[in-house]
Design a protein around this ligand. Structure first.
Ligand SMILES: Nc1ncnc2c1ncn2[C@@H]1O[C@H](COP(=O)(O)OP(=O)(O)OP(=O)(O)O)[C@@H](O)[C@H]1O
Ligand SMILES: [Mg+2]
Length: 254
């Protein structure tokens, strides 16, 4: 039982991952509704990153990982979707910002050039739009040709979010995107995500309970590879059903 309402864009069914004898995800069944922010919470090592890596099939590249169960995207098993298509439809932003060591402009123009999905004459406008979607355009419009590595950490992270949007994904996965950022940069990323959920479905792993409270519509609590509780953010934070969730929210877990 997922405890979530609304049309799920992502659903896992009995998702189980083990390395040898060690089970790191244990029959995890949950849904993430479309056009919402779903926060995945849980102590260090509980399987949050592993869960994300199952959603866009990165787990297939982990040697030694045995995976069973299913991941559905808009109701269809992702097992039948070619990895390249799946990664285009489900974008990923990692904990440490990882811009390409190119100019700001080229970070955004890279995918549309590669896929030839945007006409050359429309590329400037495409870059402007994507940067605007993450609230970065005004900050960098006078230095688009400078190296992306010259940006602050928070700007780099928003650039990476913008870059993830350049292939027009349906789902955006973010793995602790703010853990290397200060309060102000974190707040900018949070407002960006709140804007983006109108057009994208977002799943964010965060260590920061306050952050999940601020931005999440739904919350999922994993502990030791098991899904303990999944509910609307309001229920989850104000009236959690499970004792373990309550202890976690009160800071009893890592
Ligand atoms: N390649 C691997 N081989 C063996 N065990 C692994 C591998 N990758 C992850 N694990 C184990 O799977 C468990 C879950 O790891 P995972 O990275 O998903 O946790 P997490 O919840 O993201 O933790 P954190 O909050 O610290 O990022 C951990 O016990 C980890 O040691
Ligand atoms: Mg992790």
């Amino acid at each position: 039982m997922s405890g979530l309402e609304g049309d799920p864009i992502i659903r896992t069914v009995d998702l189980t991952v083990s390395y040898g004898k060690k089970t790191v995800l244990d029959h995890v069944t949950f849904s993430a509704p479309a056009f919402s922010i779903t926060a995945v919470l849980g102590p260090s090592g509980c399987g949050k990153t592993t869960l994300l890596s199952c959603l866009n099939a990165l787990i297939r590249e982990q040697s030694g990982a045995q995976v069973s169960g299913d991941v559905l995207l808009s109701g269809k098993s992702t097992a039948g979707i070619a990895v390249e298509d799946l990664r285009r439809r489900i974008g990923m932003v990692t904990q440490t910002p990882t811009p390409f060591p190119f100019s700001i402009y080229k970070n955004i123009a890279y995918a549309p050039k590669y896929y030839r999905s945007v006409r050359k004459a429309d590329l400037d406008e495409f870059v402007r739009q994507k940067l605007q979607m993450v609230g970065l355009y005004e900050e960098v419009s006078d230095r688009l040709n400078q190296s992306a590595l010259s940006l602050s950490g928070g700007q780099q992270q928003r650039l990476c979010i913008a870059r993830a949007l350049t292939v027009d994904p349906e789902v955006l996965l973010l793995d602790e995107p703010c853990s290397a950022l200060d309060v102000k940069a974190t707040s900018k990323v949070e407002s960006t995500l709140l804007e983006l959920k109108r057009d994208y479905s977002i799943i964010i792993v965060t260590h920061n309970i306050a952050q999940a409270r601020r931005i999440a519509d739904y919350a999922v609590f994993l502990n030791d590879g098991r899904l303990v509780e999944a509910a609307s953010a309001r229920e989850f934070f104000e009236n959690p059903r499970e004792e373990a969730t309550r202890s976690f929210l009160m800071g009893a877990f890592g």
